[in-house]
Design a protein around this ligand. Structure first.
Ligand SMILES: *Cc1c(COP(=O)(O)O)cnc(C)c1O
Length: 377
C-alpha cells in the first residue's frame, strides 16, 4: 500500500523498511564503521559510517516520510541539528527568532555564530504583523517553535510562511513539542522541520539525537549532507536504532500524554496555589483558536506560575513523587522542572515558573501527586 494513503498511526509502525537480508521483522544494528568496495574498486552503497549507515538512513527515511519532507538528516543531538542549519548561513545573514524559543538556540547564535557575522533578533510571533515588520532584507531564516518552550506560545505557521516567503526567507519549524502526530509543519508551507529526537521520538529518556527534515530546497539539502559528512556530529547506529524503535509507539504515547495533559491543565487552572497556566487547550490562551486549527491535540507540555517565588516553586518541584524534578520532556515518565535555573545565563523564565512534561501514567495519580505537592506551600 502507498504510505501516504495510510493513517499516521499506521505509518509510524511501518515507516522503516528493513535493510537486512535475513528477512528479520526488525532491523539489526549495523556497527561496522566501514564497508567493502565493489571488486572494480568503485564504492558500494555504504562506504564509511560517518557518511552514511544503514540504521541512520532507515531512521532518516522514516522521519522524512512522517513529516512529509523529501530528505532528512540525523545529528547527534537536537542542538547539533540546529547548529547544522545555522552552518548553512554565511556572514551577513540574519535569523529572526520568536521571543519564546528553546534557550539553547539563542545561546548557540549568541556564543557560536555572532563572531562569524550571523546576526539575530527576536520578536513576538503571536502577531504576524510584528513578524512582517521584523523581517530584514538579509533575513534568511524565520525560526518558529509552536508550541514554544517554555511558554507554550502558538504561531500561525501558514500565515508566517506566506509572510516570510514573500520576503525571500525560509521558514524553519522546531516541531519537537508537537511531533508529526499532532502537527506537520510542511503541510502549512514550512521549508524545514527539526526535532530534538531526544524527546518524543526516543520517548524513554535514553537517547540523545536530533534530525532535520527538508522539503524541496536542494541547495540546503546538499549543504546539510556535506555538514553531516565532513562536520561529523552524527548519531551512533545504536542511537538511530533506539529512535527508530521509539517511532513505532510515537502515536500511542503522544495521544495518551496529550489527553493526560489536557485534564491536568484543567485541574491546575482552577487551583488556588496556581496563578497562571500556559496550555493551548485553555480558552484563556491567546492563540487557542490557532492551536485548535493547526494541531490534532494540544500536546503534553504545561507551564504554570506558582503563587509565590523561587522558594515556593522549588518546594513544589521537590515535593512531587511521580513527577521527577528533572529537565527534558516527551518521555513516558512525567517530569517537573524549575525552568529558570536550567536556562543559565540567558534565562528569561520567571522564578515562579514550573514546566511539566506529562507522561503516560494515569491522570488521576498525576493530579493527586500535584495536589499533595501544591498543598505544601
Ligand atoms: C531539547 C530541545 C532542543 C535541543 O535538543 P537536544 O537533543 O537536547 O540537543 C531543541 N528544541 C527543543 C524544542 C527542545 O525541547
Amino acid at each position: 500500500m502507498e504510505q501516504k494513503n495510510l493513517h499516521i498511526a499506521t505509518r509510524t509502525v511501518h515507516s522503516s523498511e528493513n535493510f537486512d537480508s535475513t528477512s528479520a521483522v526488525n532491523p539489526p544494528i549495523q556497527l561496522s564503521t566501514t564497508f567493502r568496495r565493489n571488486v572494480d574498486g568503485s564504492f558500494a552503497e555504504y562506504l564509511y559510517s560517518r557518511y552514511d549507515n544503514p540504521n541512520r538512513r532507515s531512521f532518516e527515511e522514516s522521519v522524512a516520510r512522517l513529516e512529509g519532507g523529501d530528505e532528512a538528516f540525523a545529528f547527534s543531538s537536537g542542538l547539533a541539528s540546529t547548529q547544522a542549519l545555522f552552518q548553512t548561513l554565511k556572514s551577513g545573514d540574519h535569523v529572526l527568532l520568536p521571543n519564546d524559543v528553546y534557550h539553547g538556540v539563542v545561546a548557540q547564535l549568541m556564543e557560536l555564530f555572532e563572531s562569524f557575522g550571523v546576526t539575530y533578533t527576536r520578536c513576538d510571533f503571536g502577531e504576524p504583523a510584528i513578524v512582517e515588520q521584523a523581517i530584514k532584507p538579509n533575513t534568511r531564516i524565520v525560526w518558529t517553535e509552536s508550541p514554544s518552550n517554555p511558554l507554550l506560545d502558538i504561531t500561525d505557521l501558514e500565515e508566517i510562511c506566506s509572510i516570510a516567503h514573500a520576503k525571500g526567507a525560509m521558514v524553519v519549524s522546531d516541531n519537537t513539542c508537537a511531533t508529526p502526530i499532532l502537527q506537520r509543519p510542511i503541510e502549512f508551507g514550512c521549508d524545514v522541520v527539526l526535532h530534538s529526537a531526544t524527546k518524543f521520538f526516543g520517548g524513554h529518556s535514553d537517547v540523545l539525537m536530533g534530525v532535520v527534515v527538508v522539503k524541496g530546497n536542494e541547495e540546503i539539502r546538499r549543504k546539510l549532507k556535506r555538514i553531516q559528512m565532513i562536520g561529523g556530529a552524527n548519531p551512533s547506529p545504536f542511537d538511530c536504532w533506539l529512535a527508530s524503535r521509539g517511532l513505532k509507539t510515537l502515536a500511542l504515547r503522544v495521544r495518551e500524554q496529550s489527553k493526560n495533559a489536557e485534564v491536568i491543565a484543567q485541574f491546575l487552572s482552577s487551583h488556588s496555589k496556581v496563578d497562571c497556566v500556559y496550555y493551548p487547550s485553555l480558552p484563556s490562551h491567546r492563540n487557542h483558536h490557532i492551536a485548535a486549527r493547526q494541531m490534532s491535540q494540544f500536546g503534553s507540555m504545561i507551564s504554570i506560575l506558582i503563587k509565590g517565588g523561587l522558594v515556593e516553586a522549588m518546594k513544589v518541584a521537590n515535593s512531587t513523587t511521580l513527577f521527577a524534578h528533572a529537565t527534558s520532556l516527551g518521555s513516558v515518565e512525567s517530569l517537573i522542572e524549575h525552568r529558570r535555573s536550567v536556562e543559565g545565563g540567558h534565562a528569561t523564565s520567571p522564578d515562579n515558573l514550573l514546566r511539566l512534561s506529562v507522561g503516560i501514567e494515569h491522570a488521576d495519580d498525576l493530579i493527586a501527586d500535584l495536589e499533595q505537592a501544591l498543598d505544601r506551600i
